[in-house]
Design a protein around this ligand. Structure first.
Ligand code: HEC
Ligand code: HEC
Ligand code: HEC
Ligand code: HEC
Ligand code: HEC
Ligand code: HEC
Ligand code: HEC
Length: 358
């Protein structure tokens, strides 16, 4: 940060046109925070909504189709437009796809007569094709419009765009004209635009709160705004494999997590500015930070053993393996009815035949 501040002084001096140079280009986050601003736009979070014209799915799959009962679906790219159509053999509804939600699995949001619809079919990489949208398995459409997709209420669409994009929701109302697709800097760093405006005027003001200083528990709630908090899952009584999607809830149920020790938090294992690492070995060091001979006892262990002699407070080590920890202790779980898999963040000893722990 000291180096950053010094650099900022120089950048600002240049910005003010000292020395008679031409005025510099406008400042962006990348000018001063290249480590975050460089990789972040390529992450799945930054692309949680994609516009059809740039969505790589439609380059590799210019035509997707599926028949469900009496209804046939075609999603097709023509020039820079992608259309979604459904027909019952007699009538056909064709609409342009406005927004593709998701990077791996994708669900399409359509607009008709001022209302938003969630497409009845979605794309799943696991089957390299279309199938019913998650959550719509039980629906039996009776009309062509119902077969097109689910009519999304205003409250729900504000929530969808609130989690998948930036700037789209003001005072709980959806304002699509201000929407920036994906989760961008100012969504997580509240006040960042004021900070940019101030610093462009040469003032280091309105600096966003330092998220790194949040406790692991607060970080779970912060990421849980979108990934769902422990409280949200409990309040909604979501039970069974569906809750494997909700990492803050699953992690809180693990004996490893105590809400205080910084070695186990969302940001201990994930850098929100970089794409997730999908290689089990890379997480070994995260586990071994606690589970190796001589590792300092965790905050939770110290609390549980308050009053015991230090020699009695020893972190457990694995009797089975010294690597690939998450392969066995964070199993992949399939969402019911879906073609999606999630790593279970309820870190534990998994024994075959055990029921899924809620
Ligand atoms: C001209 C340089 C400059 C620009 C442009 C700039 N920042 Fe900063 N930013 C700083 C400096 C310097 C600090 C450190 C302030 C401190 O430590 O008190 C800072 C602090 C921050 C912090 C808090 C860092 C922490 O320690 O947690 C965040 C978050 C942040 N900036 C985000 C942004 C975002 C997002 C943008 C673009 C919208 C942006 N900044 C644009 C210079 C800049
Ligand atoms: C509370 C925040 C929230 C809301 C509301 C929300 N999502 Fe999501 N969505 C997420 C998060 C977080 C993920 C990533 C983790 C996951 O797949 O569960 C996600 C994942 C997805 C995916 C899968 C992405 C992939 O890469 O596989 C799709 C598709 C999707 N959402 C569509 C929607 C649609 C459509 C709506 C509205 C009808 C919606 N979401 C509402 C937070 C939200
Ligand atoms: C504003 C909502 C929001 C917040 C806050 C948020 N996420 Fe996400 N995150 C999403 C959505 C939406 C996706 C799904 C992206 C996609 O389409 O694959 C996602 C995906 C991810 C992924 C998976 C990437 C992949 O390749 O599938 C990781 C890891 C992740 N988020 C971690 C975090 C962490 C850690 C935090 C807290 C520091 C956080 N997220 C906060 C909305 C959010
Ligand atoms: C999904 C939420 C999320 C998004 C999006 C996000 N950040 Fe962050 N950022 C965090 C969290 C959490 C931390 C604290 C952990 C860390 O340092 O990585 C952080 C830390 C930072 C820091 C302080 C780094 C340090 O080492 O002290 C800067 C600067 C920053 N972010 C800038 C940005 C910029 C610029 C963007 C957009 C390109 C951005 N962030 C997008 C969540 C986010
Ligand atoms: C101890 C390490 C660890 C911690 C702590 C952790 N994760 Fe993960 N996370 C992982 C691993 C490992 C994966 C799977 C990566 C892969 O696919 O290979 C993962 C995957 C994910 C994914 C992608 C969905 C999936 O299952 O493939 C999301 C989203 C995510 N984590 C969010 C979070 C959030 C939010 C938190 C904080 C509540 C968190 N993680 C805490 C290790 C961790
Ligand atoms: C902050 C330190 C910390 C980190 C990081 C951590 N754990 Fe733990 N873990 C604990 C504590 C504390 C316990 C409870 C031990 C006890 O009660 O003696 C525990 C328990 C366990 C157990 C036994 C659970 C049970 O139900 O009996 C397993 C297995 C485990 N951890 C695996 C892992 C793996 C794999 C990782 C990395 C993905 C990991 N841990 C990361 C602190 C940690
Ligand atoms: C091949 C699967 C596998 C891998 C890989 C693996 N473990 Fe284990 N681990 C187990 C099994 C099975 C047990 C339960 C052993 C028993 O109770 O006899 C266990 C037990 C544990 C325990 C609890 C020990 C106790 O005394 O209660 C911890 C902690 C643990 N593992 C951590 C880790 C860490 C950290 C890694 C990575 C360095 C790892 N494991 C890699 C299968 C594995």
């Amino acid at each position: 940060m000291r180096i950053l501040s010094l650099t900022v002084g120089l950048i600002l001096a240049a910005q003010m046109g000292h020395g008679g140079q031409a005025p510099a280009a406008p400042l962006t986050c990348a000018t001063c925070h290249p480590a975050q601003a460089g990789p972040q736009p390529e992450t799945s979070m930054a692309r949680a909504i994609q516009l059809p014209a740039v969505d790589p799915l439609f380059r590799s799959h210019p035509r997707l189709d599926l028949k469900i009962g009496a209804y046939s679906y075609v999603i097709e790219r023509r020039a820079n437009e992608v259309t979604y159509s459904v027909t019952d053999g007699r009538d056909t509804l064709i609409l342009p796809v406005h927004y593709a939600f998701g990077v791996g699995s994708q669900t399409f949001v359509l607009e008709r007569e001022g209302r938003l619809y969630e497409s009845f079919v979605s794309f799943y990489p696991a089957i390299d094709g279309l199938d019913r949208t998650m959550g719509d398995q039980q629906l039996q459409p009776k009309t062509l419009l119902e077969a097109l997709g689910r009519d999304v209420t205003e409250t729900e669409s504000a929530a969808c765009f609130g989690c998948h994009s930036t700037g789209a929701v003001a005072g709980k109302r959806l304002n699509l004209s201000a929407m920036i697709p994906g989760v961008r800097c100012q969504h997580c760093h509240v006040g960042a635009l004021d900070h940019l405006a101030a610093i462009s005027r040469g003032k280091l003001e309105s600096v966003p709160p330092k998220l790194k200083q949040l406790s692991p528990e607060d970080l779970s709630n912060f990421c849980g705004q979108c990934h769902r908090t422990w409280e949200t899952v409990v309040r909604n009584k979501w039970q069974g494999e569906v809750d494997v999607r909700f990492q803050p809830y699953r992690l809180a149920n693990s004996r490893c997590f105590d809400g205080v020790d910084q070695r186990i938090s969302c940001i201990a294992c994930h850098d929100p500015h970089r794409e997730i690492v999908r290689e089990d070995k890379t997480y070994d060091a995260k586990c071994l930070a606690c589970h190796s001979a001589g590792a300092p006892p965790s905050a939770g262990m110290l609390a549980a053993h308050a009053g015991d002699p230090p020699s009695a407070v020893v972190m457990k080590t694995c009797p089975v393996s010294t690597s690939d920890c998450v392969t066995c202790h964070m199993p992949k779980v399939q969402l019911p009815g879906g073609h999606m898999f999630f790593k279970d963040h309820e870190i534990r000893v998994v024994r075959s035949g055990d029921p899924y722990p809620n």
